[in-house]
Design a protein around this ligand. Structure first.
Ligand code: KIV
Length: 271
């Protein structure tokens, strides 16, 4: 029997058992109550309240502008819709880098004010002190390596990371360090599939990939991308499971016509 079918709640321990058992982990982002409820009822394992909210909810070009207060608002809304999934919240840019005390106080605010179960931070050795301090308060931490969008102005481009040997070696070392420090899982974003496979094999904790090939322990996508609500973002790794943009637009156009033609509301749709 699959482990995820036998549990009422997904915990970090359940995820660990799923890795040991060779069961793939399914993770998606969500930013509000209504979508979180649908994902949870569909039995998603992890909901990430990603700072991609900065792009898909707020319309910013990068993930940098979103604030801790914004993230707390989204995360609290998500948690109200969830009974089963593990809810992980991104620490936004500027709330943990280079200041482990601030990292801890940001994480404590997230845990207290949202009811979420864990936080996610981008980076390797440079954020280890923050990871340690957050863990010291009993807050589970998920790591994030590879293409870390909060560093986009350092990278200068959204191309695949760690193609070169030196960056690949650093990534392998950072992944091992994050595991040793106590992270319960790691996201690998947009790196070669072979390297992602090596990292996954070398770690005991679950590795979740986005644009990192099939060998990771699980996969994550941004909900609005996989549902086809966003249109302009089309990386090779993105599979669109729906074209909700067109469906929603069509429904809205039909409604507008009905209102204009006085076909809505009809006799049954009134008191
Ligand atoms: O913010 C986000 O949605 C993420 C995923 C892409 C992993 O970090």
């Amino acid at each position: 029997m699959s482990i995820h079918k036998t549990v009422r709640r997904i915990t970090t321990h359940v995820l660990q058992e799923m890795k040991l058992n060779g069961e793939k982990i399914a993770m998606l982002t969500a930013y509000d109550y209504s979508f979180a409820r649908i994902l949870d009822e569909a039995e998603i394992d992890i909901i990430l309240v990603g700072d991609s909210a900065s792009n898909v909810m707020a319309g910013y070009e990068t993930t940098l502008p979103i604030t801790l207060d914004n993230m707390i608002y989204h995360a609290a809304s998500v948690v109200r819709g969830v009974k089963r999934a593990l809810v992980v919240v991104d620490l936004p840019f500027g709330t943990y880098q280079g200041n482990s005390k601030e990292a801890l106080s940001s994480s404590i605010r997230i845990m207290k004010e949202t009811g979420a179960h864990a936080v996610k931070l981008e980076g390797g050795r440079e954020i280890v002190e923050s990871v340690e301090r957050i863990l010291s308060a009993g807050i589970p931490v998920m790591g994030h390596l590879g293409l870390t969008p909060q560093s986009i102005f350092k990278f200068g481009t959204y191309v695949v990371r760690a193609r070169e040997e030196e960056e690949a070696r650093k990534l392998l070392e950072d992944a091992a360090l994050l595991e040793k420090t106590g992270c319960f899982a790691i996201v690998l974003e947009k790196i070669p599939a072979k390297l992602a496979g090596e990292v996954t094999m070398s770690l005991k904790i679950p590795v979740i990939g986005i644009g990192a090939g099939p060998k990771t322990d699980g996969q994550v996508l941004v909900l609005h991308d996989m549902l086809g609500i966003t249109q302009e973002f089309s990386p090779r790794f993105l599979r669109r499971y729906h074209n909700l943009y067109a469906e929603i637009k069509g429904a809205v156009q039909t409604y507008i016509q009905d209102v204009r033609n006085q076909e809505f509301p009809n006799e049954k749709e009134q008191y």
